[in-house]
Design a binder for this molecule. Structure first.
Ligand SMILES: [Zn+2]
Length: 155
């Protein structure tokens, strides 16, 4: 068992819900790494079960404000939510908004609230859903880089 945040497919998550805050991972030797390297990309040997302290994943955290956090393996920048906020403070999901990373699964306040069935048209399905609920939240698409882009469903 592990407390590390994982997606449904077993990969380590890159962003925390809600809000899409960037997650970083911590090795047993105290170094940090990015989600890609935690998932074994870039030639990484990261694992929760290895005996090698250098590669053993022991914890995950949300990078709130360290704008200079660098992955110890690939040297890539681990983005901070603070840095994102700098770009545009109001341009982020608020409580009660829906967020999605794949245009299939929609989350509200960290809970999965809607899954678009295969073959259904996304916008149509969403607008029907909102009509039934009588609730019209803002909808955000969270990019691979953790940036939120609002999109609109025509009713
Ligand atoms: Zn990395």
């Amino acid at each position: 068992m592990t407390g590390l945040p994982k997606n449904d497919d077993g990969t380590y998550q890159a962003f925390a819900w809600p809000g899409g805050y960037p997650i970083y991972y911590l090795f047993a030797d105290g170094e940090v790494c990015c989600p890609s390297c935690a998932n074994g990309q870039n030639g990484s040997l990261a694992s929760e079960t290895t005996d090698d302290k250098q590669w053993r994943l022991v914890a995950a955290g949300v990078n709130d404000e360290d704008d200079n956090m660098i992955c110890s393996h690939c040297g890539g920048k681990i983005e901070s939510s603070y840095g994102d906020l700098d770009e545009s403070e109001s341009d982020n999901p608020q409580e009660g908004d829906y967020t999605t990373m794949d245009h299939i699964h929609f989350y509200c306040d960290g809970k999965l609230v809607l899954t678009i069935p295969e073959g259904e048209e996304e916008e149509l399905y969403l607008s029907q859903h909102f009509e039934e609920e009588g609730y019209y939240p803002n909808i955000w698409f969270i990019s691979d880089h953790g940036n939120a882009h609002q999109f609109y469903v025509e009713s």
